[in-house]
Every structure is written in structure tokens, then in C-alpha cells.
Design a binder for this molecule. Structure first.
Ligand SMILES: NC(=O)c1ccc[n+]([C@@H]2O[C@H](COP(=O)([O-])OP(=O)(O)OC[C@H]3O[C@@H](n4cnc5c(N)ncnc54)[C@H](O)[C@@H]3O)[C@@H](O)[C@H]2O)c1
Length: 273
């Protein structure tokens, strides 16, 4: 998708953080940005931020865990201006803490928003992307989708699921002759939004800035790249993990501070709580 001018882009969890940064970056490229979020109160300011970035757009209250709410939001978008061309599945939550100290309900919310919610939105909108001359699906996963993450076990495993779904869909779309629909899977390490406050980025790296990540995501959509992995240490993680025996990879992850990175987590968890 070389030009984003006039393209309709839907970003879930777009009222703040990474989603809003991605929305603003699409707006700078002349796209029409539709923000979907559970947090109704945050949407007006987010819409204003999109306008300030030079774009047009609209906010929609939607809970990605509700099939009905997702279907209603899609119908409203169709009525307001037609089908979307780009879907950014970004809404996500995290509850850090030891597995058994975290109530089961919170583990289920994590899967519900990060994996089942993403599945629900993808299922509702993918047909619209296929029906357009060009379409693109952006799945916000995480570097934790490549490794085990103590004190973030359901968060990490929800992202392993997102990566598996995204990879499978990318190949399935090609196999079915829908190569006009691109898929980009986004795997950043910790990003400076407050969601992971207290967590420690891997040694030798800093927290990723949301605007920097948003630039990488929009560039990837324009170039139809399959992956965004940042910072550099993330991009060597899958190969390192595949090549090293488990005990050696565990030592590397420990030395980089990844294994203990969630121990001091005190982030806001997400509005899904
Ligand atoms: N912040 C990080 O360090 C980091 C790192 C890697 C990946 N990610 C992923 O990036 C995405 C965005 O994270 P962020 O840091 O911007 O978080 P954030 O909490 O700043 O923003 C998340 C947004 O999603 C919305 N949301 C939550 N549950 C929802 C639901 N059920 N329906 C609709 N909207 C909902 C929230 O209201 C919020 O506006 C998440 O998927 C997260 O897992 C974040």
C-alpha cells in the first residue's frame, strides 16, 4: 500500500498510547483514522489529536471482547463512510504478577482482550479488507510473543497466540490469491505508555517511544513488511532461541534482564480491568 492518502484506517484501543500514536502517524499520511476504544471519555481528545496531526477521523466506543459491539461499530463505520482498508488490532491489557497471586479472572481478561478480542475484530473486518483493491492487517503483538515472561505469563502467551494467528492468516491470504491484503505483525519490547511502568527493558536498550514505533508501523504498511521488531535485540531473539539449547538461551535472557523484567511491574493494566 504505497499511498495512504484517503485510506480508511481503523485502530482498536486507539484512544491513547501506541494506538493513538499509530493513528496520528496515519493521519500525517493523509488517512482517515477511525479510533475504536472502550474508554469513551478519552475519545474526544484522541479525535482532536488526529485532527491536529492533519487527518480526519472519528471515534467509536467499542469493546473488542463483545461480538455485538464489534458488529455494531463496523455497521456504523460502513454507514459513515464505507469499508475500511487498514485494520490495526492494537487494544490490549496486562496484569503483571506471580501466576498464582493473580486472580484467574484477570488471566481470562488478558486472553479475552489480547487474543479473543483481536480474533473477533479480525473475523468481523477481514472480509472488508479482501473486498477492497488494497487492504492491510496490522496485529500488535509483542517481543514477549517470542519468549517466556515470568510475572507476565498470560500476557506473553496471549501474544504467542497473536503471532501464530497473524502468521497463519498472512500465508492463508496468499494461498487463497488475496495477495493484495498485507499482514504486518508488530513485536516491540517495552514501550513508554504507562502500561508497563516499572518493567525493565532489556539491558543495552531503552523503552521504545510510541511515536517511533508508530513510524515503523506505518512504514511497514507502505512497504508491506511482514514484521516490525524493535529494538534490535528483539529482531535476533527468534533466531537465537532456535539456535541455542534451552539452558543457554535461558542464560542469555537472564543476563539481558528479560527474565526478571516484570518483577517490579506497576503499570496501569489497561481499561479492560
Ligand atoms: N506498552 C508496551 O510496553 C507494549 C509493548 C509491546 C506490545 N504492546 C501492545 O501494544 C498495545 C497497546 O498498548 P499500550 O501500551 O498503548 O496500552 P494503553 O493501555 O496505553 O492503551 C491501550 C488502549 O486499549 C484500550 N482497551 C483496553 N481494553 C479494551 C477493549 N476491551 N476494547 C477496546 N479497547 C480496549 C484502552 O482503553 C486503551 O485506550 C497492546 O496490545 C499491548 O499489548 C505494548
Amino acid at each position: 500500500m504505497r499511498s495512504l492518502q484517503g485510506k480508511r484506517v481503523f485502530v482498536t484501543g486507539g484512544a491513547r498510547g501506541i494506538g493513538l500514536a499509530i493513528g496520528r502517524q496515519f493521519a500525517r499520511e493523509g488517512a482517515e483514522v477511525l479510533l475504536g476504544d472502550l474508554d469513551e471519555a478519552a475519545l474526544p481528545a484522541a479525535e482532536e489529536a488526529i485532527r491536529e496531526a492533519g487527518g480526519t477521523g472519528h471515534g467509536y466506543v467499542v469493546d473488542v471482547t463483545s461480538e455485538e459491539a464489534v458488529a455494531t461499530a463496523r455497521q456504523r463505520m460502513l454507514d459513515d463512510g464505507g469499508p475500511i482498508e487498514v485494520l490495526v488490532n492494537n487494544a490490549g491489557v496486562v496484569f503483571g504478577g506471580r501466576f498464582l497471586d493473580t486472580p484467574l479472572q484477570r488471566h481470562k481478561i488478558t486472553y479475552g482482550v489480547n487474543l479473543v478480542g483481536l480474533l473477533t475484530v479480525t473475523h468481523a473486518f477481514l472480509g472488508d479488507l479482501i473486498d477492497r483493491p488494497e487492504g492491510h492487517l496490522v496485529q500488535i503483538a509483542s517481543a514477549s510473543g517470542f519468549i517466556g515472561l515470568p510475572y507476565g505469563s498470560t500476557y506473553a502467551s496471549s501474544k504467542w497466540g497473536v503471532i501464530g494467528l497473524s502468521e497463519s492468516l498472512r500465508l492463508e491470504l496468499d494461498l487463497d490469491g488475496h495477495d493484495h491484503v498485507g499482514v504486518t505483525t508488530v513485536c516491540p519490547s517495552y514501550v513508554d505508555t504507562g502500561l508497563f511502568e516499572g518493567a525493565k527493558p532489556p539491558r543495552t536498550t531503552a523503552m521504545v517511544k510510541p511515536d517511533h514505533l508508530a513510524e515503523l508501523v506505518v512504514q511497514a504498511v507502505k512497504k508491506n513488511d511482514a514484521w516490525v521488531m524493535t529494538p534490535w535485540v528483539v529482531s535476533i531473539t527468534p533466531a537465537t532461541r532456535a539456535l541455542l539449547p534451552t539452558w543457554a538461551f535461558d542464560k542469555v535472557a537472564w543476563a539481558l534482564g528479560v527474565t526478571s523484567s516484570m518483577k517490579q511491574w506497576k503499570g496501569h493494566g489497561g481499561k479492560g480491568s
